[in-house]
Design a protein around this ligand. Structure first.
Ligand SMILES: C[S@@+](CC[C@H](N)C(=O)[O-])C[C@H]1O[C@@H](n2cnc3c(N)ncnc32)[C@H](O)[C@@H]1O
Length: 219
């Protein structure tokens, strides 16, 4: 028997408002809306990033798709004191705004490394087995390549996350193209089938795909 679970709009609004954004996040979100092409993560997605970074005591995180800094602030707030966020984006203006957003949120430059360039050109320069988390939120046609990079970059027990991997548009600026929807379907199946990973697809934002690389202390 099919069971339909329905959550009321009021409940969804309550969940989204559970972690209200402060001035630094509101300002980063406003900048993203003005500049375009840098749709920020939802507060619930941000809260999830912060929670996971804190839960695993993240010391080093790679973000693919800096945008104007919203997800980076959430990540930095969950990471250990002194931990470093390495974040990649091809748009210098987005990274300029992200840098200002991190400073406004109280993080000194020693806490982040902003690398400008195309993800698939930058990622090969990052060290193997060196990162606790990899958050993928850039080109929606490159998700499989990001997964391959993440599997190389992550230490055992590390976590890879893909934002917006479902067909709709919640929290995004537009519907995915057919090619983007196909790329998302492909990475969902790759993650699901990969026996090196412990997987979870969460109904957060437009679908947050999370997987832990096995081999950590608890696996
Ligand atoms: C959805 S936005 C990221 C939003 C950000 N994670 C946040 O929550 O604020 C996607 C970003 O990826 C960048 N981007 C798109 N394609 C890219 C590529 N091939 N390499 C690097 N960055 C890319 C865009 O310039 C944009 O800033």
């Amino acid at each position: 028997m099919e069971v339909l679970i329905s959550i009321s709009a009021a409940t969804l609004a309550y969940i989204d408002d559970f972690l209200p954004e402060d001035d630094a996040l509101i300002s980063a979100r406003r900048n993203a809306a003005e500049v375009g092409g840098a749709a920020p993560v939802s507060p619930l997605t941000g809260g999830t990033l912060r929670f996971l970074a804190a839960a695993i005591g993240a010391r080093s995180v790679v973000e693919i798709g800096t945008g104007c800094g919203t997800s980076g602030i959430w990540l930095l707030r969950g990471m250990r004191p002194g931990a470093v966020l390495t974040t990649v984006d091809s748009e210098p203006e987005h990274q300029r705004l992200a840098r200002a957003a991190y400073l406004a949120a109280g993080f000194p430059p020693s806490r982040y490394r902003l690398i400008g360039g195309l993800a698939l050109e930058v990622l090969p320069r990052l060290a193997d087995n060196a990162y606790d988390m990899v958050f993928c939120d850039a080109d929606r046609l490159e998700l499989s390549a990001y997964l391959a990079s993440a599997l190389r970059l992550l230490r055992p027990g590390g976590i890879v996350l893909f934002n917006s991997v479902l067909p709709g548009s919640a929290g995004t600026e537009r519907l995915p193209t057919d090619a983007e929807a196909a790329a998302a379907a492909e990475v969902r199946e790759q993650v699901r089938a990969d026996e090196r990973l412990t997987q979870l697809l969460l109904p957060i934002g437009n679908g947050l795909l999370v997987a832990a690389r096995q081999g950590g202390s608890s696996s």
